[in-house]
Design a protein around this ligand. Structure first.
Ligand code: GRF
Length: 203
């Protein structure tokens, strides 16, 4: 399968995906990486891997719609089977999301439906939660609100801070995201009318 990854930063999830494609635990190929921020480390990771590294700086566009139109054009030029959001920190328009419905996934650093949006670790700590984690979900127009595909859990310790928790969750993300992509690339996980099916069963 052909994969396009969208990033905004360091791209440690991207790296985990690139590694999984390289060792063939994911039967896919990252053909391009698009960042909305110039100069981020994730772009370098793409170059090292031999994928196209594209910067599409959202600050150079007059509106969200114009940015998303340009983004869609760039993504579509690669004819991807999967569009993977990995630390992509921009809200996408409903038009773009609908265009990729059933082909676009995201990883979010909380146990959704808890804590969509930002500052997930601070919120989990403030709530006194004993568990945190990450969720991979199908992207729909509702922010962090699409069907859940898989979650990884980590324990919250008394001495955890938002930073230490973010580190722990990120390590779990690096396992979880390639795993879900391996299912998608093998068609073990498919979407029928936007509803996930795993090995023929609805989730
Ligand atoms: C991850 O925690 C991801 O869940 C969140 O942003 C972070 C990205 O990290 N949306 P990286 O760029 O993959 O290192």
């Amino acid at each position: 399968k052909r994969i396009v990854v969208l990033i905004s930063g360091g791209g440690s999830n991207l790296q985990a995906i690139l590694d999984a494609c390289a060792d063939q635990s994911v039967a896919g190929q990252v053909v391009a990486v698009v960042s909305n921020r110039p100069g981020v480390m994730g772009l370098q990771r793409a170059v090292t891997h031999g994928a196209d590294a594209i910067t599409l700086d959202h600050t150079q566009f007059a509106s969200r719609t114009l940015f998303d139109q340009a983004l869609q054009q760039r993504i579509d030029s690669y004819q991807p089977d999967l569009v993977v959001l990995a630390g992509f920190m921009r809200i996408l328009t409903a038009d773009l999301v609908s265009h990729y419905l059933g082909r676009m996934v995201n990883i979010h650093p909380s146990l959704l439906p808890k804590y969509p949006g930002l500052h997930t670790h601070e919120r989990a700590l403030a709530a006194g939660d004993r568990q945190a984690g990450a969720t991979v979900h199908l992207v729909t127009p509702e922010l962090d609100g699409g069907p859940l595909l898989a979650q990884a859990h980590v324990a919250i310790d008394d001495q955890d801070t938002a930073l230490s928790l973010a580190d722990k969750v990120l390590v779990a993300e690096h396992q979880l995201y390639p795993l879900v992509l391996s299912w998608l690339c093998r068609d073990q996980l498919i979407f029928v009318d936007g509803i996930p099916h795993f090995d023929g069963e609805t989730l």
